[in-house]
Ligand binder design. Structure first.
Ligand SMILES: Cc1cc2nc3c(=O)[nH]c(=O)nc-3n(C[C@H](O)[C@H](O)[C@H](O)COP(=O)(O)OP(=O)(O)OC[C@H]3O[C@@H](n4cnc5c(N)ncnc54)[C@H](O)[C@@H]3O)c2cc1C
Ligand code: SF4
Length: 549
């Protein structure tokens, strides 16, 4: 593209208006005000509005929010539902066993936590940030990291708008902008598109294990009054997943007759016939879950990957000119399925390091105070205590649960060993060696098909633009994925984006990519066995429009 980009300059640029990015923005402004300094802070967000791409559970630990905005209650934060009852269930085909509360490790209990709609909380955080003078630009996707000649990050370029399918400027073409900053904080959430590039370019994974992920699929239901109990939190493991597949479900009862129901499957699963979407649909039909949903109405649907590797999978957090925060780095505590408090805390720590650096007149260097502060923080202690959770669960549901229970109850998370994580794209076995999984047809009451589900995510992409799901080798989907793994992308994508169709004139099968349905979960970028699929940002403002998910 020939035309010059217009540019704008800030002290700190933040890519992504999730809990991490907005906490960083708020902390920057708070600290600048305390020091009597002017610091310009800009946040860009690829969703059409703040919160539009946020999908979580969510039961929130308020610890980091207490530190960020101690008067959050008075400021009207949407944390209205304290956890009142907490159940952990082992499901089997016919029933369920509840784990006695006394046997649960502390990290699995939810006393003092809140059931929230994370999208609503993030919208509120956005309002707090704007009130402090942060400039927030929804509808702008960070599409490219900008470096100077010495290799330091100097900002990002937002995506071009109005390109045709083959990447040429169309009639409504608008060149993206260069947003420049002394420091750029990347807060894109799990499997950030720019974060992945930064990890490769700056060698940030040299001293860490590969990241490992789960795919979380969630629906929001309005349920009959008799089935609803505001503040009830239910976590499950077991059925419908096989015991060698990591995962589990949740049902969180919000105010107003709403229940958030969801299911997570570890993306280290081995059987390519598995469909996380179908597992979720079956999960809802279990008597221990259907009792909440029957007679209710499904209001919303969505999915998002979860970074589950924990401490040993955290990359180096800083590089010249910037830092990774929140789930872009992977601060989620998988044992607790909680990441929003870690995202907020990491954003605050990076912001404090940036403020200190700016006060010293520095720019575009290493924010070393951030990883140092993380190592000294409660967040590090928390992640350290549960660091073996995911590797234990690799040993199967029963042995893994037992080992983790002993690790937490007897050793208090202080085991002298750290077990390793492995990359998820490496774990599929050839389809011919794995049992086929027959999933029941949707009943249209509790279980549904993919297309009617995607409809409820309000997803939209302009068709006239380059496909944002890039194949490095266009032949690999047939030559490798179909031949060896029976096209797993047609099952792991929760939005039905990938289909194998017969090419005309005896050309044989080909992969069709319905990119307009993509709900930005990032699973294909993670799980494709040869890492042939790269998710890049489509035009800003596109994708799902979630309301308080
Ligand atoms: C199904 C599910 C259940 C969960 N349950 C819980 C729970 O019960 N409790 C809990 O604490 N946590 C839970 N989590 C985890 C929690 O949601 C995350 O840890 C948290 O949202 C991470 O915050 P973040 O700010 O790092 O990233 P995100 O919340 O993912 O926010 C990232 C933001 O950046 C934007 N963005 C991404 N790329 C770009 C780009 N290139 N340009 C511009 N904008 C961009 C995105 O649109 C998004 O708005 C759950 C997650 C899932 C998926
Ligand atoms: S195409 Fe990829 S990122 Fe989009 S919904 Fe499907 S798996 Fe998720």
């Amino acid at each position: 593209m020939s035309s010059e980009r217009e540019s704008m300059e800030f002290d700190v640029l933040i890519v992504g208006a999730g809990p991490a990015g907005l906490a960083a923005a708020i902390r920057l402004k708070q600290q600048a005000a305390a020091a009597g300094r002017e610091v310009s802070v800009c946040v860009i967000e690829k969703g059409a509005e703040v919160g539009a791409h946020i999908l979580s559970g969510a039961v929130m630990d308020p610890r980091a929010l207490d530190e960020l905005l101690p008067d959050w209650k008075a400021l009207g934060a949407p944390l209205d539902t304290p956890v009142r009852e907490d159940k952990v269930l082992f499901l089997h085909a016919g029933g369920a066993h509840q784990v006695p509360h006394a046997l649960l490790p502390d990290c699995l209990t939810n006393d003092g936590n809140y059931v929230v709609r994370l999208g609503s909380l993030v919208r509120w955080l956005g309002e707090q940030a704007e009130a402090l003078g942060v400039e927030i630009y929804p509808g702008f996707a960070g599409a490219e990291v900008l470096h100077d000649e010495a290799g330091a990050v100097i900002g990002v370029a937002t995506g071009d708008m109005g390109l045709t399918r083959n990447g040429e400027p169309g009639p409504a073409y608008q060149r993206g902008m260069a947003l420049l900053a002394a420091y750029t904080l990347f807060a894109e959430g799990c499997r950030g598109h720019l974060g992945k590039q930064l990890e490769a370019r700056h060698g940030l994974r040299g001293n860490s294990d590969p990241q490992t992920y789960g795919l979380g699929i969630k629906e929001l239901w309005e349920v009959p009054a008799g089935a609803h109990q505001a503040g009830l939190v239910v976590h499950t493991t077991g059925w419908p997943l096989q015991s060698d597949t990591y995962g589990g479900g949740f049902a969180y009862h919000l105010e107003g007759g709403l229940v958030a129901v969801g299911h997570v499957v570890g993306l280290d699963y081995a059987n390519p016939h598995l469909s996380p979407f179908e597992e979720f649909q079956r999960f809802k039909t279990h008597p221990a879950i259907r009792c909440y949903l029957e007679g209710g109405k499904r209001l919303a649907y969505g999915a998002r990957a979860i970074a589950a590797g924990g401490l040993q999978s955290l990359p180096t957090l800083v590089f010249p000119g910037g830092a990774l925060i929140g789930d872009d780095a992977g601060f989620l505590n998988a044992a607790r399925i909680k990441g929003s408090h870690g995202a907020i805390k990491s954003g605050m720590l990076a912001a404090e390091a940036a403020i200190e650096a700016l006060a010293q007149g520095r720019r575009q260097d290493l924010l070393e105070a951030y990883p140092a502060a993380f190592r000294a923080s409660w967040l590090h202690a928390e992640l350290h205590a549960t660091r073996n959770f995911k590797p234990y669960m690799k040993k199967g549901r029963w042995l893994g649960s037992l080992l983790f229970g002993l690790d937490q109850k007897l050793l208090r998370g202080k085991a002298p060993w750290t077990l390793r994580n492995r990359a998820d794209h490496d774990t599929l076995r050839p389809a011919a060696e794995c049992p086929r999984l027959d999933y029941p047809k949707p009943d249209g009451r509790l279980s549904f098909d993919r297309l009617s589900s995607v409809f409820l995510s309000n997803t939209n992409h302009e068709e006239e633009q380059p496909c944002h799901l890039r194949l490095a080798d266009p032949e690999a989907p047939i030559r490798i994925n179909l031949a060896r793994f029976d096209a797993p992308e047609t099952r792991y994508c929760p939005a039905g984006v990938y289909e194998i169709v017969e090419g005309g004139d005896g050309e044989g099968p080909r992969l069709q990519i319905n990119s307009q349905n993509c709900i930005h979960c990032k699973t294909c970028d993670i799980k494709d066995p040869t890492q042939n699929i790269t998710w890049v940002t489509p035009q800003g403002g596109e994708g799902p429009i979630y309301q308080g998910m």
